[in-house]
Design a protein around this ligand. Structure first.
Ligand SMILES: [Zn+2]
Length: 693
């Protein structure tokens, strides 16, 4: 896919974290604006964003967000626009301001500031990058051409992975906690190797996917032409790539199958891996990439490995070189000169996502630094912008939400005492990470030069891959974050059993220290609740408090949970996304459960927090109404049909309108807050209401 982060561990296999929102493919920048020296303020409940002509009992989303949608047309270089996306862009412009300041060759910069400033300076030097053309990649391209037998493929693939950390060469390498022995870090073999976003793009029969495939083949052909191949060779090579990738796709698990943690857990020894794919010299691959295959590995998709064996065994060496060459250029095209960047954009952004214009260079550079040196940039961001008092306030809110969950577990009529005890134990072990890590990452071993953009990216990529692989065989570092402080998002990690809220997601218009508790609990409280409930959604509940994949449920309680989860799936499956596409509720189930449970917890925590206060109406809204409007306004957004289609196939989150309306339809507190009549669309009877937690 498009962004560096996505391409490295491609969308077809990624580290399993439950995110609050899918942002990476959806937010480009505004081309005509300058950097910010401070972050602009907008309140967490904004009356101007509302559409008071709409009836909240029919469509709370329209009521809370109608004005916002009116006031925020989708810019031409974006596929969607959202409150999160806007905050993201504001943040980017603020980070731009920081980096532009630090890019000045000033002797007073500290080591951290010098590193990110020099990286930015090199990245912004587009003339030098364009002048270099394909040169930075020549040595690696040559290394593919130089091999003359398949024995050498192991080392070659290892070298290519070490250089790019890409998922384009059949597999990707990483380290994870063992799903069943969570204190051990093990090596993971991801099944990847595809250039299109997911395996369905290769196998689905519908006209849209067929057109996508044709465009993809044209794109690959064009890239081979840019490498200097004649038309006939380029189109033959593109057909080879498509043939190999289609075979791999057919052997890959679907996106829904990959949500089942048991389907992607296959503890294997090196001997077993060698037996799965005897055609590859694995020792050479591991040596070259820096990975230690001990004490054992998780080979996520053995079925895929069988197909990999078939490909390596049956394809000619020349065809395998074509596939690897495509993988290399596809992993690096957006770091090269304009012809490569433009062609890459034309397919992945313009065609697949409907984005009209390339994002400005500064945006690319800010994203790259956040991706590669994220905690160095994050430290600057936090020092300037996130005071300890706000961190403490959010910690207090988070404690209230834990408390609410504990009370709810105690009250659940459908749960037996045995399972209840286990659920409470898991909750007690869940950790909160708020704002930023206690210990900042040390990047000082990476050489950053002011005049070597490609080299900087490559060295930082190597640093991160080796950091990942060095964890294998070591105890788990439970203080580690998988998101940077400047990221506008949040996550739950089931193996760590922790919930994580970077500083950037705890700022207005999301968390607003100037605002009353009602919208803050509706918005940020709902977010904290959402992440907490991921520990207890249909996937998260399969892990215990130590992060092990272990069934702690009695059979009856598991059945009772499933019945309630099915109620939510049945509800969301009735919602239409675009054209004739409905929500794939098997895919969105975990997020839908987290959205609903999260807001119920936020409501209860808010009630507890404000129990002895006399709450005031404001902006023509009662305190209860402010809670729900504040909640809904986190999701205000507009999308192009292309992105709705793409997300319907790949995004585990339901579209924003249903993340709001679908939740409140299950909360009688909402009906009461707006005095909705029984027959209103967003009111269900007690018997119809879906609730798990
Ligand atoms: Zn989530």
């Amino acid at each position: 896919m498009k962004a560096f982060l996505l391409r490295r561990k491609s969308s077809s296999e990624s580290r399993w974290l439950c995110l609050l929102a899918t942002l990476l493919v959806s937010t480009a920048g505004y081309t005509d604006d300058g950097p910010f020296t401070t972050l602009p303020y907008s309140p967490s409940l904004n009356p101007e964003s509302m559409d008071r002509s709409a009836n909240p009992c029919e469509d709370l989303y329209q009521y809370a967000c109608g004005g916002w949608i009116e006031n925020n047309p989708i810019p031409p270089d974006q596929s969607r626009i959202s409150t999160y996306g806007k905050l993201y862009v504001d943040n980017q412009r603020y980070l731009w301001g920081i980096l532009e300041e630090l890019a000045q060759d000033d002797p007073n910069r500290n080591a951290n500031q010098k590193m990110i400033g020099d990286y930015f300076a090199a990245c912004m030097n587009i003339e030098a990058i364009d002048q270099a053309g394909l040169e930075p990649l020549q040595a690696a391209l040559k290394s593919i051409q130089l091999i003359d037998n398949k024995i050498q493929l192991g080392q070659l693939i290892g070298d290519l992975i070490a250089l790019t950390d890409s998922s384009n060469f059949f597999i990707a390498l990483g380290s994870d906690q063992d799903a069943k022995q969570s204190e051990v870090m093990i090596g993971t073999i991801y099944a990847t190797g595809l250039g299109l976003p997911d395996r369905d793009y290769y196998v689905a029969d519908d006209p849209q996917k067929k057109a996508d495939r044709e465009h993809y083949v044209e794109h690959v052909t064009e890239m081979f032409r840019l490498l200097g191949r004649d038309d006939e060779t380029a189109s033959r090579d593109a057909a080879t790539v498509m043939r190999i990738e289609t075979a791999l796709a057919e052997a890959s698990l679907t996106v829904v199958e990959r949500r089942d943690p048991h389907k992607v857990y296959h503890r294997s020894t090196l001997d077993e891996l060698e037996a799965m794919v005897p055609a590859l010299n694995w020792k050479a691959l591991f040596d070259a990439s820096g990975m230690t295959p001990k004490p054992w590995l998780n080979v996520r998709q053995p079925g895929f490995m069988n197909e990999m064996q078939q490909r390596i065994d049956k394809e000619s060496l020349d065809d395998l070189k074509v596939y690897l060459t495509w993988g290399l250029i596809n992993s690096r095209a957006d770091l090269l000169s304009a012809p490569f960047r433009d062609q890459d954009f034309a397919f992945y952004s313009a065609y697949l996502e409907g984005i009209d214009e390339q994002k400005p260079r500064w945006r690319t550079c800010v994203s790259l630094i956040d991706d590669q040196l994220g905690e160095a940039l994050g430290k600057e961001f936090v020092d300037r912008n996130f005071p300890p008092e706000v961190r403490d306030q959010v910690k207090g809110m988070s404690e209230q939400i834990h408390q609410a969950m504990e009370e709810r577990i105690d009250q659940l009529a459908w749960m037996s005492p045995e399972t209840r005890l286990q659920a409470k134990e898991k909750l007690a072990k869940m950790r909160d990470k708020i704002g930023y890590p206690d210990q900042w990452r040390d990047y000082s071993s990476i050489v950053i030069k002011r005049d070597d953009f490609f080299g900087n990216v490559t060295r930082a990529t190597g640093f991160e891959l080796q950091r990942q692989l060095a964890r294998i065989g070591k105890p788990v570092d439970r203080s580690e974050w998988f998101m940077t402080p400047a990221t506008v998002n949040a996550y739950y990690n089931p193996s760590m059993n922790d919930i994580n809220f970077p500083a950037a997601v705890l700022m207005p218009p999301l968390y607003d220290p100037r605002m009353d508790d009602a919208p803050n609990y509706g918005n940020t409280g709902g977010t904290i609740g959402h992440e907490l409930v991921h520990g207890f959604d249909d996937e998260g509940r399969q892990y215990d408090g130590d992060g092990n994949l272990r069934d702690w449920w009695t059979a009856e309680d598991a059945a009772a949970f499933e019945e309630r989860a099915q109620c939510i799936r049945d509800q969301y499956a009735t919602y239409r996304v675009v054209d004739d596409i409905f929500i794939n509720a098997d895919l969105t189930s975990g997020e839908d459960i987290a959205d609903l449970g999260g807001l119920i917890l936020a409501w209860q925590a808010w009630q507890a927090e404000t129990a002895d206060q006399k709450l005031q109406a404001a902006d023509g809204l009662s305190p209860d109404q402010r809670f729900f409007v504040g909640f809904a306004q986190w999701a205000c957004s507009a999308e192009r049909p292309e992105v709705l289609r793409l997300h319907a196939a790949t995004d585990p989150h339901s579209p924003p309108r249903y993340r709001i309306n679908g939740v409140v339809a299950n909360m009688p507190e909402f009906k009461d807050a707006f005095r909705c009549p029984e027959e209103a669309p967003l009111v269900k009877t007690d018997a119809e209401i879906c609730r798990i937690w």
